[in-house]
Design a protein around this ligand. Structure first.
Ligand code: FAD
Length: 391
C-alpha cells in the first residue's frame, strides 16, 4: 500500500546535505513526511577545515562528524553512492542497494576537481576534496620529506591559488616547520594574482603571509603539461616535482551529467532557481553541485558559507513543498572570508567588523570560531569545543 506521507530524500552529507537535514527536521511536524538521507560516507566532513589533516592527521576525528550525531533517530540514513537520478520515475539508483523512490529530492552532492584537459594533470596530481585526499597528501609530503636532504629538498607543488590551494600550501609549510623537513613549496596560479577575483588588500595580506612562510608564489603562467617528473608552465618553463597537488578548479559530478536536470554543459552543475527548484520542480539543488540563481547573471559562489546558508532555507522549502505552501526565495549574504595560512589567518570584509582586512590573533580566533560554530550547529557544543585547538 502506498504510504500517505511524502517521502523526502536528501543526497550528500556536506554543508548542503547536513544543513538541509537539520533544517527540514526542525521544520517538519511528526508524521508530516518521511525523511531519508543518503550519502557515500556515514560522516559529515567539515571540508573547509580538512586541510588541517595534511599537517596533523589527528585532526581527522575533529572534522569527520558521524551522521548519527547530526540527524534525528526518525531520519533514515543509507550509506551508499547514488549512481543515477530518474526524474520521470522519481527514483534514485544506488551502487549497492535497491533503488529509492522520492516525492521530493535535494541534490547536495558537491563538486569534483576540474582538470581542464591539461595533459597529464589528472594522472599525476593529488586532489584535495575528501578525507582520503588529505591523508594521501600528508603521506606523500611526509615520504618526500623523509627522502630529501638539505641540499636536495623535496619539491612540493600546489597548483591553483584559491581557498583550497592557499590553505593546503599553508598546512604543508606548517608540517615542514613542525618537523624541520627540507621541503620547497611552490604555489602556482595561472592568473596574475593569488586568490583571483578578490580584493587586492586580501590578496596582498595572503601573499605576505605565504611568503613569510617560505612558500614561493608563481603567478601569471598556467600549467600546460605534466609528466611523471616535471610540471611545465606556459611555453618555456618547467620544474621537477616530488608531490603535485591540484586545486585549480571545480566541476559537477558525473552522476548528474546523465540526468535530465538542466545543467551547465561543461561543468554539469545543475541550474536552480533562487528557491532551489531545478528544471524538475520535485528536485531541489544547492551547494557546489548547483548554480543557484541570484538574479541577473549572478550565481551563488561555491563556498561552505553559501551552501550552509542555502541549506537553512532549503530544508524549510522542502517542508513547504510537502505542505503545498509557497516556497521562499534565497539570496546569499557574504559574511566575509577568513582564510588560514597554517597557524595564521587573514580575514576580509567580515560582517560587523569595520576594519576591512586583518590578520593576527583576531583573524585566527575568528577562523576557529566559524569552524566551531558550524560543528556546534550540526552536532553539539562539546564536539565543537574539543575541535578548537585543531582548527
Ligand atoms: C581545502 C578546502 C578549503 C576550503 N576552504 C573554504 C573556506 O575557508 N570557506 C568556504 O566558505 N569554503 C571553503 N571551501 C569550499 C567548501 O568546502 C565547499 O564549497 C563546500 O564543501 C560545498 O558544500 P557541499 O555540501 O555542496 O559539498 P561537499 O561538502 O563536497 O559535500 C558533498 C557530499 O556529497 C557526498 N556525495 C558526493 N557524490 C555522491 C554520490 N554520488 N552519492 C552519494 N553521496 C555523494 C559526499 O560524500 C559529501 O558528503 C574549501 C574547500 C576545500 C576543498
Amino acid at each position: 500500500m502506498p504510504s500517505m506521507t511524502d517521502h523526502v530524500v536528501v543526497v550528500g552529507a556536506g554543508y548542503a546535505g547536513a544543513g538541509t537535514v537539520k533544517s527540514f527536521e526542525d521544520e517538519i511536524e511528526d508524521g508530516e513526511a518521511e525523511l531519508t538521507w543518503i550519502s557515500e560516507h556515514d560522516y559529515h566532513l567539515v571540508l573547509h577545515e580538512t586541510h588541517r589533516i595534511i599537517r596533523n592527521p589527528q585532526a581527522e576525528s575533529k572534522v569527520a562528524i558521524p551522521v548519527d550525531e547530526i540527524k534525528e533517530p526518525s531520519t533514515n540514513f543509507i550509506r551508499d553512492h547514488v549512481t543515477d537520478i530518474d526524474t520521470d520515475e522519481r527514483t534514485l539508483e544506488l551502487r549497492d542497494g535497491e533503488a529509492v523512490d522520492y516525492d521530493y529530492l535535494l541534490v547536495g552532492v558537491g563538486s569534483g576537481t576540474a582538470f581542464f584537459g591539461i595533459d597529464g594533470l589528472e594522472e599525476h596530481a593529488l586532489t584535495m576534496k575528501s578525507l582520503d585526499d588529505a591523508r594521501e597528501i600528508h603521506e606523500a609530503v611526509r615520504e618526500a620529506g623523509d627522502n630529501a636532504t638539505q641540499n636536495d629538498p623535496a619539491q612540493v607543488l600546489v597548483g591553483g591559488a584559491g581557498l583550497s590551494g592557499i590553505q593546503t600550501a599553508g598546512e604543508i609549510a606548517g608540517y615542514r616547520d613542525d618537523t624541520r623537513t627540507p621541503i620547497d613549496i611552490k604555489l602556482i596560479e595561472g592568473l596574475d594574482e593569488i586568490f583571483p577575483g578578490n580584493d587586492p588588500r586580501v590578496q596582498g595580506a595572503l601573499k605576505k603571509r605565504l611568503q613569510d612562510r617560505d612558500v614561493e608564489l608563481l603567478t601569471g603562467d598556467f600549467i600546460s603539461e605534466v609528466d611523471d617528473e616535471q610540471v611545465y608552465l606556459g611555453e618555456e618553463e618547467s620544474m621537477p616535482y616530488d608531490v603535485l597537488i591540484w586545486t585549480g578548479g571545480i566541476t559537477g559530478r558525473g552522476e548528474i551529467a546523465d540526468t535530465d536536470l538542466e545543467q551547465d554543459d561543461r561543468s554539469h552543475r545543475v541550474f536552480s532557481e533562487s528557491n532551489f527548484q531545478t528544471s524538475d520542480d520535485r528536485v531541489f539543488a544547492i551547494g557546489d553541485a548547483a548554480l543557484v540563481d541570484q538574479g541577473g547573471d549572478e550565481q551563488a559562489p561555491p563556498t561552505a558559507q553559501a551552501a550552509w546558508q542555502a541549506a537553512e532555507v532549503a530544508g524549510e522549502n522542502l517542508a513547504r513543498a510537502v505542505r503545498g505552501a509557497p516556497l521562499k526565495s534565497w539570496k546569499h549574504k557574504d559574511k566575509g572570508t577568513v582564510i588560514s595560512v597554517g597557524e595564521e589567518a587573514v580575514a576580509h570584509d567580515v560582517m560587523g567588523v569595520p576594519i576591512n582586512t586583518f590578520g593576527g590573533l583576531p583573524a585566527k580566533v575568528l577562523k576557529k570560531g566559524i569552524a566551531c560554530r558550524w560543528i556546534a550547529d550540526v552536532s553539539d557544543v562539546k564536539r565543537a569545543l574539543s575541535a578548537w585547538n585543531d582548527m
